[in-house]
Write a protein that binds this ligand. Structure first.
Ligand code: RUQ
Ligand code: CUA
Length: 650
């Protein structure tokens, strides 16, 4: 669209908004909706939407209500945009006990909270396939830490967070034999176990470590939520495949009428750990940390975890029966109600935390499973939402006592009242919604206003792009009695969970530059006077600086085929939004992008003699095209003297 038609359509939209000023209830026209999502040029969005990228291993950052994409944050995937996972400094972030794993499947986002409310410190996310959790800083919008989770086979019920970010949990989706035991698959019932890790978060630095693991019965742990308010100190997990099938789960894991929600008293578990009752087990897992001062990541392999077997500690765990193959397991803002969403059930049970506590006190049990008490269904039940829809998955909440549940099979969002359990409204989604998000929806204090649907299928909603169509989100206004569809917006990757947070909690603290005098990277050149080239055996270290619009040094000679060349590029700029890039022909990894004040390193192995150009890849000034240089490569054994310079020219 050219600028003129663009202007015309904006005017039409605005005219439309004016033309349908409040004329009675809820008749919605397109232009009314357009007015609600229109963020005029130069204006900001009200919310950040932090959206998982699913199989791309990244996080997308969008604005709400506009749906504009601001940034793709690489987490469990290498990034061709920033060089994350390609530069020498960031490669260790993707190290695991299996080695370098450059691609994972990211499902869930958990934003840090204090007293149950968003605090804008960090976002956490799970690597589902090679079990890991990550922490992203809201100052730098970068992945600062990745912790591998041992004894896990699919890190799906992860990460979920306690009220004050004391712990994240990471529960295994698939049970496995612990300690890599080689056993027959059909010995599932006797040999396979579940595992739930409690990851302690340091309140200052955000650093994560596995405080303890719970050993749990062998079935599947799908999703989770922490208690809050009165239920703070508890965690709830949806469990399926309590049939303990190990083949054709689509049939064999759907036999029982009810599976479970597992209620965990983590404060009790914490006490047992403090009393030294945990047993130390060997395990191997990587802990990777990115240091903002050295601009470098390090990877450490850890060797042990502390384990509590829940069957040996009778007051840690209880099972609540929940019909049929529950997926979402969500706790309302008051902390009193726990919603179970049985994918195959025709109603949705809502459990009461108070009733659960009474049932435990009175031992209103229905036998046990593997030694863990099973609470009588009715004893913990607040009530059932009758005939809400087909295939309930996830529930979020607003600030007015309403719940919003996604229904995959009937492709809709259903609004209902948490106390009365009455269905209030329903809207179609296009198509097959998975997760949904109300800003602040999982916290004690929802911000409300919108619900966003993250759909699994888009079919005919957008211009086609071959066999793979864009993934998509949809924004609905929930400020009135009826939900109103406002906007479709494409997402990058497959969105699973997402959270939305007021921009005001993050915007002001966004980092602009790294101070050059605080740069502790050992390969930094903190001024052009420090730029140099050094040979150490067959390693060539180029300490290079970048500032508009030249690289120093930009002429290098005396390098041979067989050498390994490390370009350590320091960006000397101290201005916001002036990264420089670096690329050299034949680099087998990638390019790098260096933020103001930062040092990043690209490794390059010349393979033949000649003169090779390198240049800046980020259009940084009118003379960006001039920001380039040459390196001369001599054949192996040729003694060309080592020489470097900038600016000598006759
Ligand atoms: S899941 S679509 Cu991986 Cu969170 Cu429910
Ligand atoms: Cu620096 Cu272009």
């Amino acid at each position: 669209m050219n600028k003129i038609t663009n202007k015309v359509s904006i005017l039409l939209i605005l005219a439309g908004v004016l033309a349908c000023q409040p004329k009675g209830p809820a008749t919605v026209t397109t232009s009314d909706a357009a007015g609600k999502v229109y963020v005029a040029p130069g204006q900001y969005d009200e919310f950040y939407n932090i959206v998982s990228g699913g199989f791309n291993g990244q996080i997308g950052v969008y604005g709400i209500p506009s749906g504009r994409l601001f940034r793709i944050l690489p987490v469990f995937a290498v990034s061709p945009e920033s060089g994350y996972g390609f530069s020498e400094e960031t490669k260790p972030m993707l190290n695991t006990s299996h080695g370098f794993v450059p691609w994972d499947d990211l499902h869930h986002i958990a934003l840090s909270t204090t007293k149950g409310e968003h605090d804008g410190r960090w976002a956490f996310a799970n690597g589902n396939n090679t079990p890991r959790v990550a922490r992203v800083s809201f100052e730098s919008f970068r992945t600062e830490e990745i912790l591998e989770i041992p004894n896990s086979g699919g890190n799906h019920s992860s990460p979920f967070i306690t009220e004050n970010t004391e712990y994240l949990v990471a529960g295994t989706r698939f049970s496995i034999p612990m300690a890599n035991k080689d056993v027959p698959i059909d010995s599932y019932k006797e040999n396979f176990k579940g595992s739930i890790s409690f990851i302690k978060v340091d309140q200052e630095s955000g650093r994560m470590n596995i405080a303890f693991q719970l050993r749990t019965p062998g079935f599947n742990y799908d999703l989770s939520r922490a208690g809050k308010g009165p239920s703070h100190g508890w965690f709830f997990f949806s469990c399926y495949n309590t049939e303990q099938a190990h083949t054709l789960l689509e049939v064999n894991a759907s036999q029982r009428d009810k599976d479970f929600i597992m209620a965990i008293n983590w404060k009790k578990a914490e006490e047992y750990i403090a009393q030294g009752k945990g047993r130390v087990e060997k395990a191997k897992y990587a802990h990777n940390v990115y240091d903002e001062k050295t601009h470098m990541a390090t990877s450490t392999i850890k060797e042990e975890v502390v384990v509590l077997d829940i069957k040996d500690f009778p007051d840690i765990a209880y099972f609540i029966p929940c019909p049929k193959s529950p997926h979402g397991c969500d706790v309302d803002p008051s902390g009193e109600y726990i919603v179970g969403s049985g994918k195959l059930a025709a109603m949705m049970p809502v459990f009461s935390f108070t009733k659960l506590q009474n049932a435990i006190a009175n031992k209103t049990y229905d036998g046990d499973f593997d030694g863990i008490p099973v609470i009588k269904y009715e004893a913990a039940l607040h009530g059932e939402v009758k005939k809400p829809g087909l295939g309930p998955l996830h529930t979020e909440f607003d600030e007015k006592g309403n719940a919003y549940t996604s229904f995959f099979v009937s492709s809709e969002i259903v609004k209902w009242n948490v106390k009365t359990l009455e269905v209030l409204d329903r809207v179609p989604t296009y198509y097959s919604i998975g997760h949904l998000s109300v800003p602040g929806g999982p916290t004690s204090k929802p911000h409300g206003k919108y619900v966003i649907a993250y759909n699994k299928i888009t079919k005919d909603r957008y211009l086609p792009t071959g066999p793979e169509l864009t993934q998509s989100a949809q924004l609905y206004d929930i400020s009135g009695d009826k939900m109103q569809l406002l906007l479709d917006f494409p997402t990058v990757g497959e969105p699973h969970y997402a959270e939305a947070i007021p921009a005001s909690l993050i915007r002001e603290k966004s980092r602009k530059i790294y101070k050059i005098e605080e740069n502790e990277n050992p390969y930094a050149a903190k001024g052009e006077a420090q730029a140099r080239v050094e040979r150490k055996g067959n390693e060539i270290h180029v300490y290079m600086t970048a500032i508009r619009s030249h690289l120093t040094p930009d002429n290098i000679e005396g390098v041979n085929v067989g050498d390994e060349v490390y370009f350590h590029v320091t960006n000397l700029e101290q201005d916001w939004d002036v990264p420089h890039g670096f690329a050299i022909k034949g680099a087998l990894n990638a390019e790098i992008l260096i933020m103001p004040g930062e040092t990043q390193t690209l490794k390059w192995k010349p393979q033949q003699p000649g003169v090779v150009p390198f240049y800046c890849t980020d259009f940084c000034s009118a003379l960006h095209q001039e920001m380039s240089g040459y390196i001369r490569i001599s054949a192996a054994g040729v003694k060309t003297p080592l020489k470097f310079s900038t600016g000598t020219f006759e």
